[in-house]
Design a protein around this ligand. Structure first.
Ligand SMILES: Nc1ncnc2c1ncn2[C@@H]1O[C@H](COP(=O)(O)OP(=O)(O)OP(=O)(O)O)[C@@H](O)[C@H]1O
Ligand SMILES: [Mg+2]
Length: 143
């Protein structure tokens, strides 16, 4: 049922818990697992140099967190693919899920902002609203 799983990952402690669930499911269902991170740099009034600098920083951060996620997966005996895609995270995740015919999209309830008073972060909320495939939101009550 879950031959292809897509995990939205931002390196937050919340998304690390979602990674644990993704690895467990991938093992049980013998699924292929893709870990995707969208690089989104709001550009408002910044200069081109500032935007390019922010993009480079985001690229370095993203490569680093995906490398660590890959190590985690390898420890669990699971080979994963990783994707770094520029754009708004919720749009990227729903688009990748549809285009790649994924059977399950996993995200955590919160991410790097982790604002406690909101039930869901904006990415998880948009994903659950717009994705066409089943979505698993991994809740992090105690983090
Ligand atoms: N850039 C991203 N690329 C891939 N997945 C992401 C990205 N950002 C968030 N996610 C996924 O969505 C989950 C929830 O993050 P979200 O961004 O919705 O919450 P937040 O950072 O607490 O709040 P907000 O970003 O709305 O201020 C993350 O744990 C992760 O699974
Ligand atoms: Mg966020």
């Amino acid at each position: 049922m879950f031959e292809k799983i897509l995990l939205g990952y931002d390196g937050s402690s919340y998304s690390k818990k979602a990674l644990d669930y993704a690895l467990d499911l991938a093992k049980k269902y013998i699924s292929s697992l893709t870990i995707a991170c969208a690089i989104h740099v709001p550009n408002f009034s910044d200069s081109r140099d500032e935007i390019n600098g922010a993009l480079e920083d985001a690229q370095v951060y993203t490569e680093d967190i995906l490398e660590k996620a890959k190590d985690c997966a390898a420890e669990a005996g699971i080979k994963v693919d990783t994707r770094i895609t520029p754009g708004h995270p919720a749009e990227i995740l729903t688009h990748l899920a549809e285009e790649g015919k994924y059977n399950l999209l996993i995200v955590a309830d919160k991410g790097l902002s982790g604002v406690k008073r909101f039930l869901l972060g904006s990415v998880s909320e948009a994903v659950v609203r717009y994705a066409k495939c089943p979505v698993l939101i991994v809740k992090n009550k105690n983090v």
